[in-house]
Structure formats: C-alpha cells, structure tokens
Design a protein around this ligand. Structure first.
Ligand code: DNO
Length: 395
C-alpha cells in the first residue's frame, strides 16, 4: 500500500491571521514555514529555530518543510561578498538539521519573488484570485518604471496597447499596480519603491541568464555537499512566472533548466520543489512528463492551477480546474511514489501543500497574505486529497 502524500499547509508564523488552530481543522498534519523576520543573508540561530518549532509542535504539527531560506542577492549577483553569505547559509542549515528539520525550499529569482499584477481578480462566482496580466506588466515596465531596454523588448503594437491600458487607470489604480508588482518577499509587508528597484536593476545589469546560472552552480557546489552531510534535502522552487520579466533573467523556468540544475551537482540533497502553478503558466511545460522524468529529485510539491491566456496572462484557477490537467499530475506523482517504493526509498510521503487559494466565504474578513486564505486553501486541499485517494483506489 502506497502511503498518502504528507498534507501540509503554509503558515507565516505568529503574525499570520490564519492560526495553527484553524489549520488543524483543514486536516493538514505538517506545517511549512520560515523565520520570516530574519532578513535574507542572516543566520538563523538554533534558539530561534527551536522556539518556532516548539510553537508548531505544541499545536500538534510537524514542521515539515522550511519555505524558504532565502538567498541573499549578493549570491545571485555573484559579488565578492557571496562567500560570506554562503557561510551564513551553511550555518543556518546546520542549525536546522540540529533541530531535526531537513527539507529546505529556496528560489533563485532575482530581486522579486513571485510576481502578480492583480491581487483581487474577481471570478464569476465573486471569489477573489491572483492574476498576472501581461499588458499591465508591460505598462508598468514601459511607463512607470520607464526601463529603457523595455522599449526594445516590446513590439510597437504591445507598447501602444500598454499605453492605452495605462491611460485607462486612475491614479489609485496606478499606485495599486505599482505596489502589487513591487511587493517584496512573501511573509513580509515590504514593498520596493521604483527608485529602490532601479538600484537593483542596475546591480543586475551584468547578470544575464548564463551568469545567473553560473552563480547558481557556484552556490550549489558550495552548499550541496554540506547539506548532504547534514541530511538536508534542498529543493529549488521554479520561477513565477516562468519567464524573464522587467529585464531580470530567469533560470528555473522549464524542464531544461531543472535538468541542468540537478546535474550541476548530483546528490539527493540537490532536489526540486515541483510547483504546478509556476511551471503551469507556460504551456510548453509538460508537468506530468517533468514528474515522470525528474520525479526522483522532487522533495516537495506545490499543487495549484492557473488559467492561461494567449498573451502570457494567467489567473489562478480552482485547484482541479484551469489549464493544467491535475488528474495527470497526481497520477504521475503516485507513479513516482511507486518507483520510490520499488527501489526501497523511505521518502514516499512527499510533503505537498495546496498552493494558494481563492478568497471565498469568510476569507474576506481576514487580511491574509495574498494567496494564503484559509478556506480557499482548505478547498484546494480537500479536492487534492480526494483526487489522490480516488486514483490510489483505482490502481
Ligand atoms: C508563493 C510561493 C513562493 C515560494 C518561494 C520559494 O506563493 O510559492 O513565494 O515560497 O518562491 O522560495
């Protein structure tokens, strides 16, 4: 009998309006969290980790996955300060392993984490979803950020359409677009100003895709052997959206990138977070196929769906609806569990979480982090576990 995937829920810590008490009622048994108050690049002390772990365990959960230990920009840019931040990172991994936490998610997206243009996109049933509107990003890039190179990247027709879009917004809507695009790390309320963001763009001027990949390789070669020794499984999260935006390069956007990454340093410690929502925003990403071919490297699953539009726009759909065939995805995951069982691997219960959720029902009464309402995610989790059970019973 193949065990269930480990059902987890993201929690942003004590300031999250979604309490552990509420999460208990979703049926999730594992918590996915991070010490969001510690800035990227600083070491997480064992004391701080143990303190948070105790809160989680006292509520009857396991701290299943750290999402994320964020990577300092100097490592991504490859400055001469990177070794300092890499050594801090190793220290954090050592402390996590001492506390018995051994799955660590991270990403290698320059400056911004995931990017959306609308955080309250209403669906026909009035549920609130997150949306990435290509025209809005173009309008932001060309006319708010006024990035010079953008004028060579967008066609004259796209520039014209973006201008029309921008002119249709009133001052408040423009401000909202700016604050939405330049929102900082998840779990923080930080928003970059245009000027701050421009300083970062300047720092990345010499970092193209090849350079960013090289810097990722440098990081992995430094971190992975140590993580392996500690028994920590690192798992990189794909870029969201999975294509370059605002002139910043992307190196975790498709199967070729994922294959390159696992080959940069082959080790069970050098793994992947399979995020169906991020990869799913590009129709060329065959997610069930990626799971079939790279499944052995997957240590963590983010399951959600997007509804793609022809111009690269998308909105977050119900977990089992949208453009990605979630039945095929779940079936591939279960096949991966069977493969692991055949070769005697112990990690069959891969942690999964319902990634994002709509705001529905009582969710509107809480000021939750975008995408992290409780009822919307509970709905996603309930659907996903039903799908898993249904497929398993049919095997
Ligand atoms: C969005 C999340 C991402 C993810 C990081 C991983 O909701 O999936 O922000 O946590 O990119 O490092």
């Amino acid at each position: 009998m193949i065990p269930d995937l480990a059902q987890t829920f993201r929690w942003f810590g004590p300031s999250d309006p979604v309490t552990l008490h509420a999460i208990k009622q979703t049926g999730a048994t594992g918590i996915v969290t991070a010490l969001h108050h510690i800035p990227a690049g600083d070491t997480w002390s064992l004391i701080e980790i143990e303190k948070r772990k105790a809160v989680i365990e006292n509520s009857g959960f396991k701290w299943s996955v750290v999402e994320s230990v964020n990577i300092h920009e100097d490592i991504k840019i490859g400055t001469d300060r990177r070794d300092h931040y890499i050594s801090n990172y190793k220290e954090t991994l050592k402390n996590l392993s001492q506390a018995g936490i051994n799955i660590v998610c991270y990403n290698f997206m320059p400056v911004l984490d995931w990017t959306r243009t609308h955080l309250d996109f209403r669906l026909p049933n009035n549920a609130s979803a997150l949306r990435y509107h290509a025209q809005a990003i173009a309008a932001f890039d060309l006319y708010i950020l006024q990035r010079e190179d953008a004028f060579n990247e967008f066609t004259p027709q796209q520039q014209q359409a973006a201008k029309v879009y921008l002119d249709s917004l009133n001052a408040d809507e423009k401000k909202l677009l700016l604050n939405t695009v330049l929102a900082g790390l998840p779990g923080t309320d930080e928003v970059f100003t245009v000027d701050e963001f421009k300083v970062y763009l300047e720092k990345y001027r010499a970092v193209d895709e090849a350079k960013l990949k090289e810097n990722l390789g440098y990081f992995l070669k430094a971190i992975i052997p140590y993580a392996e020794e500690l028994g920590i499984k690192m798992c990189i999260h794909p870029d969201d959206p999975p294509f370059p935006i605002l002139g910043l390069p992307r190196v975790v956007k498709n199967e070729a990138d994922l294959t390159d990454i696992v080959n940069m340093y082959q080790s069970p410690a050098n793994g992947l977070t399979l995020c169906t929502g991020s990869l799913g925003a590009n129709a060329a990403n065959d997610i069930p196929g990626i799971i079939t071919r790279l499944g052995q490297h997957i240590h963590f699953l983010h399951l959600r769906n997007v509804n793609r539009e022809a111009d690269g726009s998308f909105y977050e759909a119900d977990h089992l609806a949208g453009s990605t065939d979630m039945f095929a995805v779940m079936k591939s995951i279960i096949m991966e569990q069977l493969k692991r069982s055949d070769v005697g691997r112990a990690d069959l219960s891969i942690p999964m979480r319902p990634d994002h959720g709509h705001k529905i029902l009582d969710d509107f009464n809480y000021n939750t982090y975008p995408g992290y309402s409780v009822i919307g995610r509970l709905k996603g989790l309930a659907e996903l576990r039903g799908l898993e059970l249904g497929i398993k019973r049919m095997l």
